[in-house]
Design a binder for this molecule. Structure first.
Ligand code: SAH
Length: 213
């Protein structure tokens, strides 16, 4: 797969733009700087890989905007080796960023076409999530719970209880909540029953769909 000097130059510019947009976490900036986004995009759209925009992928879904990927990764802010569950594998780009951050990644996708495509792509790129799951991420992945972090990359009408239940004490859930627009939300588990909730800006994601496999 190609990563030309032109791509590398554009990627450095993207990293500089993200810094201007208040992405300050150096590990996140490095992960974005090290990960060729064109590999996760439709070949016909590769020329736009370093535009800070979302683009269509298969199955009517989208690859998230780099700023959004960086913002969610920065909110997660876990140590290397942390166990992280991603809901919505999609293009696999956010998965690749989580792997570049040194996390043990579990990732779930409900669209068969995307699941198969990313399975092939990860193999080709030598990317190794702990587990790639075809299924409904609304339910989380109890088999590997509890997690240090859970990141939801689709717009959730509400916070699924199953995901809260699968966080370690001290663990973080990063989830965009809302139907048309979403408010980026971080929940930190303080105890068995208590969660600290902080909200950030408004974002726009494709919907998190429940029970539709
Ligand atoms: N992280 C992805 C974002 C893809 S868009 C990327 O960087 O490209 C969100 C993805 O969430 C879509 O692929 C969609 O199919 C998936 N999704 C929606 N509801 C889901 C559910 N209940 N379980 C698993 N995946 C889901």
């Amino acid at each position: 797969m190609i990563d030309s000097t032109k791509h590398q130059g554009l990627r450095r510019q993207l990293v500089a733009q993200l810094k201007e947009k208040a992405i300050t976490d150096s590990a996140v900036l490095q992960a974005i700087g090290d990960t060729p986004r064109q590999w996760f995009m439709d070949p016909g759209l590769a020329a736009y890989a370093y535009e800070d925009k979302a683009y269509p992928i298969a199955a009517d879904q989208t690859i998230s905007q780099p700023y959004t990927v960086a913002f969610q990764s920065q909110l997660l802010a876990l140590a290397a080796g942390a166990k992280v569950l991603e809901i919505g594998t999609g293009s696999g780009y956010q998965t690749a960023i989580l792997l570049a951050l040194g996390y043990q990644v579990y990732t779930i996708e409900r669209q068969g076409e995307l699941f198969k495509k990313t399975e092939r792509l990860f193999r080709k790129l030598g990317l190794r999530p702990k587990r790639q799951i075809f299924g409904d991420g609304y339910k989380g992945w109890p088999e590997a719970a509890p997690f240090d972090g859970i990141i939801v990359t689709a717009g959730a009408p509400e916070v699924p209880n199953a995901l809260l239940a699968q966080l370690k004490i001290g663990g973080k859930l990063i989830i965009p909540v809302g139907t048309e627009d979403q408010i980026m939300t971080r929940l930190i588990r303080k105890s068995e029953k208590e969660f600290d909730r902080t909200t950030y800006g408004s974002f726009r994601f494709v919907p998190l769909l429940e029970n539709k496999n």
